[in-house]
Design a binder for this molecule. Structure first.
Ligand SMILES: C[S@@+](CC[C@H](N)C(=O)[O-])C[C@H]1O[C@@H](n2cnc3c(N)ncnc32)[C@H](O)[C@@H]1O
Length: 272
């Protein structure tokens, strides 16, 4: 959402946010390239760096927290039209994406997860039984989900819990060699359980800050690359595989998200 109407304009923080958006390089670039959100450049960067998407190999992607649809646009662009794409968000998706299924609701609710499993079943994306055991078939699961932020340390805890649930949900669905990416807040110390699980189940795990992620934000992305056939044993929570700089991470304070959910809820119309 690039140029929202702004019924709440007048409060300092929202007009500051609008000013920042108007001048922002990535907002202008997103508008030029037809992305519905500047966040598209975060996934593009992560893909350039970690090779998550491929036109011939990527057959199925799940995007949690997908509204307004910037990441889905990047998936469609980079994985091609035949890649199955399922998105979930509390809010409706604004982008028009061919051959994609969107489910609106709270990812953490049993009802939404039931609908999601039914949808995955219909698309034949549920784990398959093989002679050697059960195997997932999804190539990439992303989560840019971010609960509305209060600015306190509980934000980090809430997103860490949400991410852990997303990873627990994702592990059985991902094929061997598949990837999991999620937005994290703060340094690795803010999400020890998530980090531990990522390093056990994937070949590498790295926290990365794309240039499109605002410098004043404590947002990073955890990229868990290449799901292992079986989890590593005996890895302590402090073990590091491809660890980003914790010192660099801890310099960042809370900042604004891209066109955050609470704002979109108040202003459903998008103007071009
Ligand atoms: C930063 S935005 C995602 C932007 C998206 N990646 C894009 O490029 O367009 C975060 C989204 O997470 C969604 N979200 C937060 N908590 C959620 C939950 N429990 N279930 C589903 N969606 C959630 C919000 O509604 C919001 O749209």
């Amino acid at each position: 959402m690039l140029r929202p109407s702004c019924p709440w304009a007048g409060s300092n923080s929202s007009s500051q946010w609008m000013q920042k958006q108007a001048l922002d390089h990535f907002v202008l670039e997103a508008r030029r390239k037809g992305y519905v959100a500047r966040s598209a450049f975060k996934l593009s960067y992560l893909d350039d760096r970690f090779h998550l998407l491929d036109k011939t190999r990527t057959k199925a992607v799940i995007d949690l927290g997908c509204s307004p649809g910037g990441w889905c646009q990047v998936v469609r662009e980079r994985a091609g039209d035949s890649c199955l794409l399922v998105g979930v968000d509390l809010l409706p998706v604004k982008a028009t994406i061919n051959n994609a299924v969107f489910l609106q609701g709270d990812f953490t609710s049993a009802a939404l997860q039931g609908r999601l499993h039914a949808q995955l079943d219909e698309l034949q994306l549920l784990p398959r039984r093989r002679l050697a055991g059960v195997e997932g078939v999804v190539d990439l699961i992303t989560s840019d989900m971010c609960p509305n932020r209060t600015g306190g340390s509980e934000d980090r805890q809430r997103i860490a819990e949400l991410n852990l649930r997303a990873l627990q949900f994702s592990l059985p669905l991902l094929r061997e060699g598949g990837h999991f990416v999620c937005k994290v807040l703060g340094s690795r110390a803010s999400y020890p359980d998530l980090w531990h699980a990522a390093t056990r189940h994937f070949l590498t795990a790295q926290a990365c800050k794309p240039p499109a992620s605002r410098a004043q934000s404590d947002e990073f992305f955890l990229v868990a690359h290449s799901r292992l056939a079986a989890p590593r044993k005996g890895l302590s929570p402090s073990a590091s595989v491809g660890l980003g700089s914790a010192q660099q991470q801890s310099q960042h304070t809370y900042g604004l998200d891209d066109w955050p959910g609470f704002a979109r809820r108040r202003s459903p119309k998008r103007r071009h």
